[in-house]
Design a protein around this ligand. Structure first.
Ligand SMILES: [Zn+2]
Length: 118
């Protein structure tokens, strides 16, 4: 695969990784502040905050999953396996990689997987 393209994708992956890390950090910071500011007698009224906490966790799950995909893609650049579908070993078209730099599967395999997950 084109070295220039790989370098571009690597930079993009690193950028997205930094963004997620900053995001996760800001979130956990915000969450800690909420808890620290809480008056112990308010804990009786925690139900509403509980919901917030669950939303926060759900968001973190999505971001953490994306982070692991990004890590995976960076590893694949290192191993010179980047842009090769993990399922059928076909080359993933570059427009797809440009849209989703951490794509692990070609469109055909991704579509099959999405159907299985449903
Ligand atoms: Zn495939």
């Amino acid at each position: 695969m084109d070295k220039q393209f790989l370098a571009k994708m690597k930079a993009e992956l690193l950028k997205q990784k930094a963004e997620i890390l900053r995001h996760l950090e800001a979130e956990s910071e915000g969450f800690r502040e909420i808890v620290e500011d809480m008056d112990p007698k308010d804990i009786v009224d925690m139900a509403a905050d509980d919901v917030d906490k669950k939303n926060l966790e759900a968001l973190n799950v999505v971001e953490t999953r994306k982070l692991s995909l990004i890590e995976n893609a960076l590893g694949r650049i290192q191993n010179e396996r980047y842009g090769v579908c993990m399922e059928c070993s076909k080359i993933i078209p570059t427009p797809r990689l440009e849209a989703i730099p951490y794509a692990l599967f070609c469109i055909d395999c991704q579509t099959k997987k999405d159907r299985q997950n449903r």
